[in-house]
Design a protein around this ligand. Structure first.
Ligand SMILES: *Cc1c(COP(=O)(O)O)cnc(C)c1O
Length: 385
C-alpha cells in the first residue's frame, strides 16, 4: 500500500517488542471500566454436553420464536445485500399501532441494552448523577459509568419484605434524587430479583420526581407479567413526559440472538437519542423478524401461558426439595440458598445444567435459574444434590 511508509522510511517494527499499550490511551471515562463478563463459554459447553445440556442461565424463551417470524427472516435474508431501513418505519408503525403511541415516540435499539446505554450517553455526563436500585439490572451501573456520571445505588428492600424481597425501594430511590440527577433506572419486573412494583406505586414515585430527571422503566419482562396490579408504565406516559419505557424482543418473543429492542418516550427525548443512534443499528433480518413476531399474538399467548404454568411448577418442585425462590413475574426464579451458591452452581454445571451465579450483583447466596421447557427443568431437578 502506497501510503504506508516502507521500513527503511521509518516504519516501526511490527514485532510487538515495543511497549505499546493502548489501555493507557483510553479516555478517563473508559479507563476505569471493565469489560462485560460473558459468563460460561456456551459454544464449548454445547459441544461437551450435546443435547444433554440445559441452558437455564440467560432467561431465553425455550419455545423459540414464532414460525411467522422465522419465515419473515428467511425472506429478509435474500435482501440482505441492501442496507436496512434506517428509520425502521415498518416495525415502528406496527409498534405504534400495537402500543397506542405515535411513531415519533419510538426508538429502535440493537437490543434494549443499547438503548439503556444511549440514554445515559445522551443525557448524562460527569456533571450528573444516575440513580438505580441495589440489585437492579446490571446494565444500569454500566450505563452510568460509560457516561462518566456518578452512580447512586439505593439500598434494596430487605430480604424479608412481604411482596418484593430485595426489590426496588421506590421511596428511597425518590429520596436519593438530587439536583444533579438526570436519570433514574428502574426495572419492572427486575432482573435478577424477579420482583415488581404496581402501577399505583410507580405513579406515587413519578409524582415525587422532578421533570429534569428522566425516569427509565425497563419492561423487558412485561409480556410475562400476570399480576393484576401491574399493567405497564405506559399507562402513565400521558401524565409524565419525563417517563421512558424500554422493551425487548429478546425475552417472550424469543429473538435474543437478533438483538432488537425499543423504547417509548416523549418526542423530544426521541429527537435527542436519534442524534447519537447509529443509523443502521438494527439489521434487516431483525426488523422483519420483530415485525412478524409482534403480529403473532397466538404464539405470544402460548409462551406466556406456558411460562406461568411452568414457573409455578418449577418453584413448587424446588421448594419441595428445600430450595426457596423469590416471588417472580418473569421467566426466571432467583433461588436464595442462604449460603454461598458457587458450589451448587459448579455441581449443576458438571451435569450440564447451566444456571447463573449472582455474585457479580452482590448476591453470592443466590442462583438465577431460567424457566426452561419441562425436559430442561426436570434435568435441573434431577441434578440437584
Ligand atoms: C434481558 C433483559 C433486557 C434485554 O436486553 P436486550 O439487550 O434487549 O437483549 C433488558 N433489561 C433487563 C432487565 C433484562 O433482564
Amino acid at each position: 500500500m502506497k501510503h504506508l511508509p516502507k521500513k527503511s522510511e521509518g516504519a516501526r517494527a511490527p514485532d510487538g517488542s515495543g511497549n505499546f499499550d493502548a489501555t493507557k490511551l483510553a479516555n478517563a471515562t473508559t479507563a476505569v471500566l471493565r469489560a462485560y463478563d460473558p459468563g460460561h463459554h456456551l459454544p464449548a459447553l454445547r459441544e461437551r454436553f450435546g443435547t444433554a445440556i440445559a441452558e437455564l442461565d440467560s432467561n431465553e424463551n425455550p419455545l423459540g420464536p414464532s414460525p411467522r417470524a422465522l419465515d419473515a427472516m428467511r425472506a429478509a435474508l435474500a435482501e440482505s445485500f441492501r442496507y436496512p431501513d434506517p428509520r425502521g418505519a415498518a416495525l415502528k408503525t406496527a409498534l405504534a399501532k400495537h402500543l397506542g403511541v405515535g411513531v415519533d415516540n419510538i426508538v429502535l435499539g440493537n437490543g434494549s441494552h443499547e438503548l439503556l446505554m444511549l440514554l445515559a450517553q445522551c443525557f448524562a455526563d460527569s456533571a450528573h448523577s444516575v440513580v438505580f436500585s441495589q440489585y437492579g439490572f446490571v446494565v444500569f451501573p454500566i450505563a452510568a459509568a460509560a457516561a462518566g456520571a456518578q452512580a447512586i445505588s439505593v439500598p434494596a428492600l430487605p430480604r424479608n419484605h412481604a411482596t418484593a424481597p430485595l426489590g426496588h425501594d421506590l421511596a428511597a430511590i425518590a429520596a436519593a434524587v438530587r439536583a444533579d440527577t438526570r436519570l433514574v433506572y428502574l426495572a419492572n419486573p427486575n432482573n435478577p430479583t424477579g420482583t415488581w412494583f404496581d402501577d399505583a406505586a410507580l405513579n406515587r414515585f413519578l409524582l415525587r420526581v422532578p421533570e429534569h430527571v428522566l425516569v427509565v422503566v425497563d419492561e423487558a419482562y412485561h409480556e410475562y407479567v400476570v399480576a393484576t396490579d401491574l399493567t405497564t408504565a405506559l399507562s402513565l406516559a400521558d401524565r409524565y413526559p419525563n417517563l421512558v419505557v424500554t422493551r425487548t424482543f429478546s425475552k417472550v418473543y424469543a429473538l435474543a440472538g437478533l438483538r432488537i429492542g425499543y423504547l417509548i418516550a416523549h418526542p423530544s427525548v426521541v429527537a435527542v437519542l436519534e442524534r447519537l443512534r447509529a443509523s443502521f443499528n438494527i439489521n434487516s433480518v431483525a426488523l422483519a423478524g420483530a415485525e412478524a413476531a409482534l403480529g403473532d399474538r397466538e404464539h405470544l399467548e402460548r409462551a406466556r401461558a406456558f411460562n406461568t404454568g411452568e414457573r409455578a411448577w418449577l418453584a413448587d418442585a424446588l421448594a419441595a426439595r428445600g430450595y426457596v425462590s423469590l416471588p417472580s413475574q418473569t421467566n426466571f426464579l432467583l433461588v436464595d440458598l442462604g449460603r454461598d451458591a458457587a458450589q451448587l452452581e459448579y455441581h449443576l454445571f458438571e451435569r450440564g445444567v447451566i444456571v447463573r451465579l449472582m455474585g457479580g450483583y452482590g448476591l453470592p447466596q443466590t442462583l438465577r435459574i431460567s424457566v426452561g421447557n419441562r425436559e430442561e427443568n426436570s434435568r435441573l431437578l434431577e441434578a440437584l444434590p
